[in-house]
Design a protein around this ligand. Structure first.
Ligand code: ADP
Ligand code: AMP
Length: 218
């Protein structure tokens, strides 16, 4: 099963993608994670992306399309994938269609995790991850069971993203409304769109998503 998770920055795509990855054995393909890995590795793509990401702007289409094309060719993508943070523009959505057709793959659904803007600052400024295993947390909504200790790996070092501050949230939301939200009707037109209420607690959102996936894989 191959799906896209759509929705605003901080809407819960990564949180849910990791849960679905575990439950269904699909792979999470997050362009944001891939770009952050490129930054950490100091590659030319990383250098180009860093300034844009820190300013809350989108990285050029050709860069992310190239990254996803390569990633889709890796064997694990054949287990089924969850696209998280891609496509983010009409050009990316069209390029994805061409890539999938060339590779003989198809999309089974595009699910929008719908969250109004007024939730987003709190979601984003409270986000942090385990520095060792990458498990995601939130200051208020998703705290580790033992304070300061990662539930998944026992790690005690945590990190926050450079772009997760109130200043960049506005430009990231502007980019979302101007460039990404307009592709939602594109998937609706193909009969692939489903919508879940992303303001609900994490486990409730997961229930909505698994309901959709289980129904469509029957
Ligand atoms: P995205 O991948 O869409 O940018 P994340 O999955 O990283 O968003 O979620 C952003 C932050 O909000 C994280 O700290 C996460 O723990 C928290 N979060 C995710 N889903 C919910 C939810 N349904 N309710 C409350 N907090 C949530
Ligand atoms: P994310 O981790 O999805 O919140 O993405 C973080 C940042 O990476 C975004 O604000 C963009 O600067 C960049 N980015 C991630 N995915 C894309 C994409 N598909 N197209 C353009 N820029 C992207």
């Amino acid at each position: 099963m191959n799906i896209i998770l759509m929705g605003p920055p901080g809407g819960g795509k990564g949180t849910q993608a990791k849960i679905l990855e575990e439950k269904y054995g699909m792979v999470q393909l997050s362009t944001g994670d891939m770009l952050r890995a490129a930054i950490a590795a100091g590659t030319p793509v990383g250098l180009e992306a860093k300034t844009l990401m820190d300013a809350g702007k989108l990285v050029p289409d050709q860069v992310v399309i190239g990254i996803i094309a390569e990633r889709l060719d890796q064997p694990d993508a054949r287990k089924g994938f969850i696209l998280d943070g891609f496509p983010r523009t009409t050009a990316q959505a069209e390029a994805l269609d061409r890539m999938l057709a060339e590779k003989g793959l198809k999309l089974d659904g595009a699910i929008e995790i719908r969250v109004p803007d007024e939730y987003i600052v709190e979601r984003i400024t409270g986000r942090y991850t385990c520095g060792k295993c990458g498990a995601g947390y939130h200051d208020k909504f998703q705290q580790p069971k033992v304070a300061g200790v990662c539930d998944s790996c026992g790690g005690t070092e945590f990190k926050r993203r450079d772009d997760d501050n109130a200043l960049t949230v506005k430009s990231r939301l502007d980019a979302y409304h101007a460039k990404t939200a307009p592709i939602i009707p594109y998937y609706d037109g193909k009969g692939l769109l489903r919508v879940v209420d992303g303001t609900q607690p994490i486990d409730v959102v997961t229930g909505q998503l698994t309901g959709i996936i289980d129904r469509s894989s029957r």
